[in-house]
Design a binder for this molecule. Structure first.
Ligand code: SF4
Ligand code: SF4
Length: 221
């Protein structure tokens, strides 16, 4: 039985994710049922999986610029805008005026110039880009999975990120079915791993999860 509030991931977005995962897996060694189950189970993600897709998005973003030029207006905090002003060697006030930043109720600012005024054939403030940019598209994927907004299907890496999770889950399912005696051993390892992860800084944790995930994929080849 699924957890209360769980909604299977389905519809056209799920079909595309399924196709991506199939493309990348050696299907002779995989059960189609495991892959289908993994896709539909994406409605609920574990914390480590969320950390993993946040880490992966940075690595596989193609910098196509769609989210900067077509997406809705940019939201920045005052500190983020101050950092950008310093980076651009401008005064905060002048920059705020130039980009037509308007205060929001939550004390952040909405940049009403569109497309993003920091986009100049690529992000001109990439190293210090605001949090909303750093977390795209994962933040939108998570909110879509929770039923809180549209799935970011225009971002060309959204499906790839979820396909990575599908592959991970399908492999885990196959492993636990084929080696039931390993389940206890794996559960112990998982507990140790969780303990180690909780001691790490966020950067160390991301690095660890990305490496760990790559090793799993290599084993499946
Ligand atoms: S739309 Fe997606 S792939 Fe393109 S720059 Fe934005 S995050 Fe990267
Ligand atoms: S700040 Fe950079 S990453 Fe963010 S929307 Fe503007 S150009 Fe894109």
């Amino acid at each position: 039985m699924q957890a209360e509030g769980f909604k299977p991931f389905s519809g056209p977005d799920a079909f595309r994710v399924l196709a991506k995962a199939k493309e990348r897996l050696n299907l002779e060694k995989m059960e189609m049922d495991d892959i289908l189950k993994a896709v539909s189970s994406l409605g609920s993600l574990m914390e480590t999986e969320i950390a993993l897709i946040y880490a992966l998005q940075d690595q596989i973003c193609t910098r196509c610029g769609w989210c900067c030029t077509e997406n809705t207006s940019l939201r920045v905090s005052k500190d983020e805008l101050k950092n950008i002003a310093a980076f651009k060697k401008s005064s905060y006030k002048k920059l705020k005026k130039r980009i037509r930043a308007r205060p929001r109720k939550d004390r952040t600012l909405r940049v009403t110039r569109h497309p993003c005024p920091f986009y100049e054939d690529g992000c001109s403030v990439y190293k210090i880009r605001p949090g909303v940019c750093r977390s795209y598209p994962t933040s939108k994927i998570l909110s879509a999975l929770a039923g809180g907004g549209p799935y970011p299907d225009k971002c060309e890496i959204s499906d790839d990120l979820l396909a990575e999770l599908v592959i991970k889950r399908a492999l885990e399912e196959k492993m636990s079915r084929e080696n039931p005696e390993l389940i206890k051993e794996l559960a112990d390892k998982k507990r140790d791993e969780m303990g180690r992860l909780s001691q790490m800084t966020q950067a160390q944790r991301f690095q660890y999860l990305v490496k760990h995930h790559r090793d799993r994929l290599k084993q499946a080849e």
